[in-house]
Design a binder for this molecule. Structure first.
Ligand SMILES: [Zn+2]
Length: 570
């Protein structure tokens, strides 16, 4: 491909709307353009990369025995009403009507359609197991689309669905898919881990998320390097071996302290000259069954998911300021667990229960209490693990030290069992001629998101650095001076020869300065480049550079240059 006739609208400056490095690079290097919030055009360069990434995925899907098909992006809403997910998906499901006033939606996922398809076309156990997949569009009307392809409304996903006769078969299909995922993400060079997850809207009885570690990931994963324990921050637990506040926080009895205008744990701690770990902070939540007061140590985060579970509530929000003031009888920032009005449950973290020297708010303006003891000074209704694990905590399995890493979810695999087949009445005949529900699994990979994550993880200061299997071109031939006939004829020959060898080359034949051209080639992320300039002609030297490790090899003839290029591309 000639650069001059390709379409690569690269940008000199970082676009203002992008926060993530990868989002900036996608826009700057001319991979994508946003049409509307969370809706993107893949430009030729981005599309080439996307297609190559799809091929990496497709290959492993086929090896695992999955069969590709393509299902409709526009789906009748009836099938969603039948499964009951019309409601579950809420506003993320984009609904509309056709000219005959029938309800339709844009597919956010395809369980309904694939189950209906198999129900109508597979009759016997003899035709099972079967795994179908597609690499296709999905649409979720995200409230806050952001970070480019990471959280887009319209996006490309690989979704696969397995159909088995029983749970043992499902386990087998699940294992095969998991193995395929491991191959794909290893091949792409990612540092990743499967984490047991909650099933969410898709449902089912078991699911795991494939998490790729990256500094800017939105998810937090707790890891024990010692025993391999890994869990999402929502689910992770640590050992509560906390022995109570520091000596400096201890007071003989419950004592009121004057803390003028100090509201946050930090401010009060600074004023009293005590550590944040001496505090038990009291948060007031509103739920569908009234207000809850919940306490965790001052330096910790409340884990609202755990608190919901412990309190047996579905909805949980921090209470409004006026409610907090009414409940505590004091301005916000001075809440403590005593004499609260209108509170149904007091929940405390088990760590709080282990000590008696806590500093809490006094439910009084400009005052805190020291030496507060649960059970003596107030009565908790629930004692449970409601804190988020933080780095340095002890592992629940081996007491090793836990670390917390940011990660990006790129895949999610589910054992669905009979969830969809039973709702949609999808059955086959078993060996005995009896009618039974299909036992299903489903398996997703965010393809666009994976492409952006590759850029996030592997780019450098000068630009994108994709692995060869996914980079839009294998090699760039850069003509440093198109006005020089000799240089041009050598550059043209190299480009033509490489193309004839089946190498996907881009030839930079633009009438621009050498500096601009080399910068662009670096930015768009071509793994290898051959530069043709004065030196090539004068000294008969051919240079082949590798972007990843910033090295250059030289050759005195074209045959050895080509041979090396072929080697590197393997
Ligand atoms: Zn451990």
């Amino acid at each position: 491909m000639r650069y001059s006739s390709f379409f690569i609208p690269s940008l000199k400056e970082d676009p203002k709307e992008a926060v993530l490095k990868s989002h900036k690079l996608l826009l700057r290097a001319g991979y994508v353009r946003q049409l509307s919030g969370g809706i993107y055009t893949y430009l030729p360069l981005g599309l080439k990369s996307l297609r190559k990434l799809e091929e990496v995925i497709r290959k492993e899907m086929n090896i695992a025995g999955a069969v590709e098909l393509s299902m409709p992006f526009v789906q009748p809403l009836d099938i969603w009403r039948e499964s009951g997910r019309d409601e579950d998906y809420g506003k993320e499901l984009l609904r509309f009507k056709d000219r005959q006033d029938r309800d339709f939606c844009l597919a956010p996922t395809y369980e309904e359609v694939v189950t209906d398809l198999v129900k109508k076309n597979i009759k016997s156990y003899k035709e099972l197991p079967l795994t179908l997949y597609q690499i296709h569009l999905k649409f979720r009307d995200e409230m806050r689309p952001r970070f480019g392809l990471m959280r887009a409304k319209e996006f490309i996903m690989k979704d696969a669905y397995s159909f088995d006769t029983n749970e043992i078969g499902l386990d087998e299909s699940y294992k095969k898919m998991k193995h395929a995922y491991e191959n794909i993400f290893k091949k792409l060079g990612f540092d990743f881990k499967f984490i047991k997850a909650e099933a969410g809207e898709i449902g089912g009885n078991y699911s795991e998320e494939l998490m790729v570690f990256s500094e800017y990931g939105e998810d937090k994963i707790v890891i024990c390097e010692n025993c391999g324990y890994a869990a999402s921050i929502d689910e992770a637990s640590s050992v509560s071996d906390y022995k109570g506040p520091l000596e400096s926080c201890r007071q003989p009895r419950m004592t009121k302290l004057f803390t003028p205008d100090r509201k946050s744990v930090e401010a009060v701690g600074e004023y009293l000259k005590v550590d944040r770990t001496c505090f038990a902070k009291t948060l007031i939540y509103e739920t569908e069954s009234g207000f809850i007061a919940a306490l965790v140590r001052g330096d910790r985060e409340m884990n609202e998911r755990k608190l919901k579970k412990a309190a047996g509530v579905k909805n949980l929000f921090l209470a409004k300021e006026e409610d907090v003031e009414r409940i505590t009888g004091a301005p916000c920032g001075f809440a403590g667990p005593f004499n609260l009005k209108d509170i149904n449950i007091i929940a405390i973290d088990d760590e709080i229960n282990n000590s008696e020297y806590w500093i809490t708010g006094a439910n009084e303006k400009d005052a805190h209490m020291a030496n507060v003891k649960p059970g003596r000074d107030f009565t908790p209704d629930i004692v449970a693990d409601i804190r988020s694990v933080q780095a340095g905590d002890k592992c629940i399995k081996c007491s090793g030290t836990l670390t917390v890493k940011n990660a990006i979810e790129l895949g999610h695999i589910f054992k669905l069992g009979e969830k969809y087949s039973s709702i949609l009445n999808a059955k086959f005949l078993d060996e005995k001629g009896e009618s039974r529900f299909f036992v299903m699994g489903c398996y997703g990979i965010g393809v666009g998101r994976t492409l952006q994550t590759l850029i996030e993880v592997f780019s450098d200061d000068n630009g994108i650095n994709l692995p060869v299997s996914v980079s839009p071109f294998d090699i760039a031939v850069v003509n440093l001076n198109v006005n020089d006939e000799k240089i041009t004829s050598v550059a043209e020959k190299i480009y033509t020869d490489l193309t004839a060898m089946g190498i996907d080359a881009i030839y930079d034949d633009r009438k621009l300065s050498a500096g601009i051209k080399l910068k662009d080639i670096d930015l768009i992320g071509i793994p290898f480049k051959i530069v043709v300039g004065n030196r090539t002609i004068k000294d008969n030297i051919f240079e082949l550079s590798t972007k990843k490790n910033n090295t250059t090899e030289t050759f005195d003839n074209l045959d050895s240059l080509y041979k090396r290029a072929e080697e590197l591309l393997k």
